[in-house]
Design a protein around this ligand. Structure first.
Ligand SMILES: Nc1nc2c(ncn2[C@@H]2O[C@H](COP(=O)(O)OP(=O)(O)OP(=O)(O)O)[C@@H](O)[C@H]2O)c(=O)[nH]1
Ligand SMILES: [Zn+2]
Length: 330
């Protein structure tokens, strides 16, 4: 039996095999790829902006099942001229700075990334018609904080109601807000959006399309009518859509017509409280695994409130957000 594993065999096994060398035919290096950004997605076809031109593209095979979403910065090969009928190929998705997830629903049991690389989440809520839904606002805020995005409350239809009643709920959390109304001045919103990428969310009928049209006059987003029965508008488009903001500072808005709720199942209390450094600091002596919720027996937040170190309204607002993670959408 000796000699079965001869030196010769080892040499044989360890010698680099000829075929492991990457062959250009199988593994192109994509040296000629150019940069683009995904503006919208429609049934496997992607609309990109490449050097200012609108380019249609599909995923190249090496990407496999990897998702490509609105906001993604991608590398593209092929025909990137943008001319009629041309189709480029996305060969790489660059690392995402932020991701926003849509919740799983009846049509799709998986929580999916819907938008990437946005730094601000604009929660568009009508002050009336339809009535504000604080639970949904809370869930959107949790999604923003968890994604590392700055939230902005945009309260529309200010001609119908004073914002104060709604604002008391959010002031202690320090959420920035703006108020708008149809035909009114949108310069304050514009300032908040300038030079960055913002995702606009809000359920149907809150006036999001009206706002987008005011911000980007050539957007022509369809302004629907609230259906009295379903509470939904006529707008049936479901894909997010990225639009460039006019003006010197630029910036982008991503309109999300189909997004009704967010995936929050993955949100950890430790991550959420990280968005509130002053409260986070008070949880240093919490028992291991403390969720900082109202039912925790020895949470540092309760001690901080008892000692007068923490604002009780802020703590209870934070806990309301914590609870919104697991609450149902409606
Ligand atoms: N009173 C009042 N009505 C408004 C205002 N902004 C929008 N509306 C009306 O509210 C309705 C819904 O507006 P949209 O802009 O279509 O709302 P949306 O959120 O885009 O809704 P979908 O198009 O269904 O997604 C329309 O009838 C608008 O004319 C406002 O500031 N005040
Ligand atoms: Zn705690």
């Amino acid at each position: 039996m000796s000699g079965r594993y001869s030196t010769h065999d080892h040499e044989h096994y360890e010698r680099p095999r000829r075929h492991t060398r990457p062959r250009t035919k199988d593994r192109p290096t994509y040296d000629d790829a150019v940069d683009g950004v995904v503006v919208t997605v429609d049934r496997g076809r992607f609309t990109l902006l490449v050097d200012g031109a609108t380019v249609m593209a599909m995923k190249a095979r090496p990407l496999g099942r990897k998702g490509v979403v609105v906001g993604d910065r991608v590398r593209v090969v092929g025909d990137t001229s943008g001319s009629d009928g041309s189709l480029a190929r996305i060969v790489e998705v660059r690392e995402r700075e932020t991701v926003l997830r849509r919740t799983a629903d009846d049509d799709d049991p998986v929580e999916r990334v819907i938008v990437s690389n946005a730094s601000q989440l604009v929660v568009v809520t009508a002050l009336a018609d339809p009535e504000p839904r604080p639970r949904l606002i809370d869930r959107a805020l949790v999604a923003a904080y968890d994604a590392g995005m700055q939230p902005l409350l945009c309260l529309t239809k200010a001609d119908l109601r004073d914002p104060e009643t709604l604002l008391v709920t959010y002031r202690s959390l320090g959420v920035p807000w703006v108020v708008t109304q149809r035909g009114g001045d949108v310069s304050e919103v514009r300032e908040r959006l300038a030079g960055r990428t913002s995702v606009l969310v809000g359920h149907s009928g809150v006036g999001k399309s009206t706002l987008v049209n005011a911000l980007v006059p050539d957007a022509h987003r369809e302004v629907g009518h609230v259906n009295a029965v379903t509470g939904r508008g006529r707008h049936t488009s479901t894909s997010a859509y990225m639009l460039a903001l006019p003006g010197e500072q630029g910036g982008w808005i991503i309109d999300t017509p189909g997004i009704r709720s967010f995936g929050l199942a993955h949100v950890e209390p430790e991550h959420l409280i990280g968005a509130f450094p002053d409260l986070d600091e008070m949880t240093e002596d919490c028992p291991r695994g403390c969720t900082h919720g109202g039912d925790e027996p020895e949470c540092g937040l309760d001690e901080a409130v008892a000692d007068g170190q923490a604002d009780p309204v802020r703590v209870s607002s934070f806990r309301r957000l914590l609870a919104a993670r697991s609450a149902s959408d409606y």
